[in-house]
Design a protein around this ligand. Structure first.
Ligand code: SF4
Ligand code: SF4
Ligand code: FES
Length: 251
């Protein structure tokens, strides 16, 4: 195993600045992940040319692939820095390349602004509505079948991988994205979420909703949580069709 890893980083000093690349050598440590590599670069931000530079900006929070904050393109593939192990990456490529996601505005270096992703969740009301926080006893029971259906969808960590891979998710379209479609289906599946199921179907039927999905199915291939996004998209298509017919019939 190499004693030193070569890491190429795409950098940008400000949202409006130009992009450029810098290369760093980092001492190999057994079991290290990309977040550790970035920490080591921050501790000694000197390029392979010997130039002292500013530490690379990146995001991280949970360090166990649950918050999605550290999502970036690593060797050209979108994934989480905290769960990307250097040993595995070196089997793919002899050197490591780190770039920010392309579908979100870059704030600085590898740090992106994922606001659009979270706004989409508010558009589909991806929550259980409450009218107070006092004890109202147990909520509605969920059947084992509904639990089986809902659990895989509940693993979404809003990382952005599916949006990065989706050709319909771009600056020109107002598509909410596959994650938001799937979260709308999740909250319409569980009994506690059904009070505002129609609002979610309105959002899915409206501009930027399910009709914007081109069914390229790239999203499902990159989801780190193996969420059956294309099943959710198919369910959303059927549910919105039924919803539209019911509205025509005035129900
Ligand atoms: S199926 Fe294709 S177009 Fe639809 S959300 Fe997934 S990647 Fe995007
Ligand atoms: S659906 Fe998967 S890829 Fe998309 S945001 Fe959720 S966890 Fe990430
Ligand atoms: S730091 Fe939370 S997913 Fe990587």
């Amino acid at each position: 195993m190499a004693h030193e890893i070569t890491v190429h980083v795409q950098r940008k000093d400000s949202p409006d600045g130009g992009t450029y690349r810098q290369t760093f050598h980092v001492a190999y440590e057994p079991g290290m992940n990309i977040t550790t590599v970035l920490q080591r670069i921050s501790g000694h931000p000197v390029t392979t040319e010997g130039e002292n530079v500013t530490p690379v900006a990146y995001d991280a929070c949970c360090l166990e692939e649950v918050c999605g904050a550290c999502t970036m393109r690593i060797n050209g593939r979108v994934r989480q820095a905290c769960s990307a192990l250097v040993d595995n990456l070196l089997k793919e490529e002899p050197e490591i390349t780190l770039e920010p996601m392309t579908k979100f505005p870059v704030i600085r270096d590898l740090l992106v602004d994922r606001s659009r992703l979270f706004k989409a969740l508010t558009r589909v009301k991806a929550w259980v509505p409450v009218d107070g926080y006092w004890d109202r006893g147990p909520g509605p029971l969920t059947s084992p079948a509904a639990q089986e259906e809902a659990y895989p969808l509940s693993r979404c960590m809003s990382c952005g991988c599916c949006m990065e891979a989706c050709p319909q998710y771009n600056d020109k379209e107002d598509f909410i994205g596959p994650h938001a479609v799937s979260q709308a289906i999740l909250f319409n599946t569980i009994p506690a979420g059904q009070a505002i199921a129609r609002d979610r179907l309105d959002a899915l039927s409206g501009p930027g909703g399910i009709a914007s999905c081109g069914n390229a199915q790239n999203c499902v291939k990159v989801c780190p949580k193996d969420i059956p996004l294309t099943d959710s998209i198919a369910k959303a298509g059927r549910a919105t069709t039924l919803h539209t017919i019911k509205r025509w019939l005035g129900r």
